[in-house]
Design a protein around this ligand. Structure first.
Ligand SMILES: [Zn+2]
Length: 136
């Protein structure tokens, strides 16, 4: 399996998105992955779901993803924009990230889980002091 195919699976990318390049920096402790779509791909307007051709692309954005074998992993892409007759020029929804986020959905899920565990741990002494069961 080629590295681009491996990372397509690891990132959970589905058509039309595919991995175009993977760069490993052993010294930097990171893996950089670039996602692209085929040139004539059509996308939906994020407000009305009308299928439209690509109008242009934004600047390249970088999304922090879960580590790959202890290497920091970053996903790079130039999000496409469509020109909807009703809503104007808008960036399409990316399947791996929420709008404006710098993290992939999987990374955000991990961060939320870790933070929730930390908050429950930190609150335990206060709950005991207040007589609240610590299992809540
Ligand atoms: Zn629209």
């Amino acid at each position: 399996m080629r590295e681009t195919e491996l990372y397509r699976h690891l990132l959970g990318l589905v058509a039309p998105w595919e991995v175009s390049a993977v760069e490993l920096s052993v010294e930097g402790g990171r893996v950089d992955v670039w996602a692209e779509h085929p040139r004539l791909t059509r996308f939906t307007c994020p407000k009305c779901d009308q299928v439209l051709p690509v109008y242009d692309h934004t600047e390249e954005r970088t999304f922090r993803h879960l580590d790959s074998c202890a290497f920091l992993t970053y996903l790079h892409a130039r999000p496409p924009r469509v020109q909807c007759p009703t809503h104007g020029v808008l960036q399409v929804a990316l399947p791996w990230a929420e709008p404006m986020s710098r993290f992939t959905v999987l990374f955000e899920r991990l961060a939320i889980d870790v933070l929730g565990t930390f908050v429950r741990f930190a609150m335990s002494p206060l709950k005991r002091e207040a007589g609240i069961p610590t299992t809540l």
